[in-house]
Structure formats: C-alpha cells, structure tokens
Design a protein around this ligand. Structure first.
Ligand SMILES: C[S@@+](CC[C@H](N)C(=O)[O-])C[C@H]1O[C@@H](n2cnc3c(N)ncnc32)[C@H](O)[C@@H]1O
Length: 246
C-alpha cells in the first residue's frame, strides 16, 4: 500500500493544506465565470469536484487511483450531481487540445513529472484559460536525506520553492503568473466534517497502517518548518492555439 492508496482507503476528502475550508474560500475569491468547463486534476474522492458542480460549473475530474475514483463516483451519485470522472494520468490527459476554461489542481503536481504535467495542463486549456494549483513548496533548506524520505514515503517527485514554480510555469508557456495564497509552514488539512466520507475503519487495526501513520507524524514534525504551500494562478496565452500548432 502506498500513500495514495492509504488516503483512498481512509476516504480523505480534502488531502491538501488548509483542507476543504481553504478550497471553498479560494473558489469564492476566484468567482469563476458561470457555466465554465472545469477540469479537476487529481480529484481524489471527489469532494471539490462535487462542490464545483453544485455551484453550476460543468465538471470533469480525473485521478490515477481507481479506489479514489470509485468513491468520487459514489459521492457524486449520492449528491445527484452530473460529473464526468475519468481514470487518467496527468502526463497524458485524454482530452482534445483547448477544451477547458479552467483547470483546478490541489496537491497533485508535486507527485508528477512537472514538465509533462504543466505541458498537458496548457495543452487542454483554451487560449486565455485559467490554471489554479495549490501545491506544497519548499520554504527552507532542502537536504538529500529530506528529499529522499519525502519521495520514498509520499511519492513526491518534485519539491521546489515558490520562485522555482513560478519560473517553471513561465517556461511552460503560461502567462500572468500570480501567487494567490502562500504560507511558509505546512498547514494541516483541517477537521471539518465531510458527510459523504467513506472510511475503511478496519484500517486502524492494520499494522502497516499504524506504521505509516507513525512515519507520517514523524516526517511532518521533522520537516514542517521547511515546507509551506502556495496557490498559483496562471493563464494560457491568447495565441495558445497558433503557437502550439506550428
Ligand atoms: C494528496 S491527494 C489530493 C487529492 C485531492 N486533490 C484533494 O485535495 O483531496 C493526490 C491525488 O493525486 C492523484 N495523483 C497522483 N499522481 C497522479 C497522476 N500522475 N495523475 C493523476 N492523478 C494523480 C492521487 O491518486 C491522489 O488522489
């Protein structure tokens, strides 16, 4: 069982800094145009995708983890929401070029190869499309040991500073790169009640899970002050179509 399998079995609905409250506050602030076609990448158990659909957006959501998606589908069904869920890898999104108005991501891109992820986000966004991504960032000194441990346990593939992420976004062809929120320390997920959470309670008796939980606590305690998070906002250029087709 890896970290994402554990999150899936726990049925965690908002596995990102600030939790669901931060997501709702961010979306309120963004006030996306009505009827926008939104892609949520790495939707987990679908809590944010459902919130977006409840607010009138046309939502497609992808995730790599099958169990996450099964829970997301059941959540949407219970809420009677029409959302298209697809199992897909960020590195090759199963959508045509320039298809979405908005891409919304929370705590996913750090688990991927950033170059291909950012290239795919850009490809499937319309010209002038909006990209929002909340990710863990490096806010202090990074050591080999730290990178190795975080990679090994969480599967993090890239741990970079806010400045490096901004540069990466620009290098990948995004414009108007902004920081919407930032924190120099790692915030926990929050403890708000998720009425549709499907938690596998037998997990707590499982020794592997107990070991993983202890490792998680140890890593957070040790590295919390060197990890923060930021919410990045960026746009695809208005001539996105022309440049990509040459
Ligand atoms: C930390 S969880 C965050 C889930 C959700 N965004 C949330 O905030 O609750 C990371 C999610 O990214 C998904 N993921 C990781 N790598 C992925 C990839 N290459 N393509 C698609 N999804 C991926 C995992 O399966 C997991 O659901």
């Amino acid at each position: 069982m890896d970290y994402h399998d554990l999150l899936a079995r726990l049925g965690e609905g908002s596995a990102h800094p600030g939790g669901f409250t931060a997501t709702m506050q961010l979306l309120d602030k963004l006030s996306l145009p009505a009827q926008s076609k939104v892609l949520e990448v790495g939707c987990g158990t679908g809590r944010t995708a459902c919130y977006l659909a409840r607010n009138g957006y046309r939502v497609t959501a992808v995730d790599l983890n099958r169990q996450m998606l099964e829970k997301a589908v059941r959540r949407a069904r219970r809420e009677r929401l029409d959302i298209r869920f697809i199992q897909a890898d960020v590195k090759s999104l199963p959508f045509p070029d320039h298809y979405f108005d908005v891409i919304f991501v929370e705590s996913v891109t750090i688990f991927t190869h950033w170059r291909s992820a950012l290239a795919e986000y850009r490809r499937v966004l319309k010209p002038g499309g909006l990209f929002i991504d909340r990710e863990m960032i490096l806010s202090g000194r990074k050591t080999e040991m730290m990178s190795r441990r975080l990679k090994q346990f969480y599967g993090i593939k890239t741990l970079a500073t806010m400045t490096t992420w901004k540069r990466r976004l620009k290098q990948s062809g995004f414009t108007s790169v902004l920081i919407k929120e930032k924190s120099r320390s790692m915030e926990m997920w929050g403890t708000d009640h998720d009425p549709h959470r499907e938690m596998d309670v037998t997990l707590f008796e499982n020794e592997q899970v107990q070991r993983m939980s202890r490792t998680n606590d140890r890593l957070l305690l040790r590295y919390r002050k060197r990890l923060g998070y930021a919410v990045f906002e960026a746009r695809t250029p208005m001539d996105n179509v022309r440049k990509q087709n040459v």
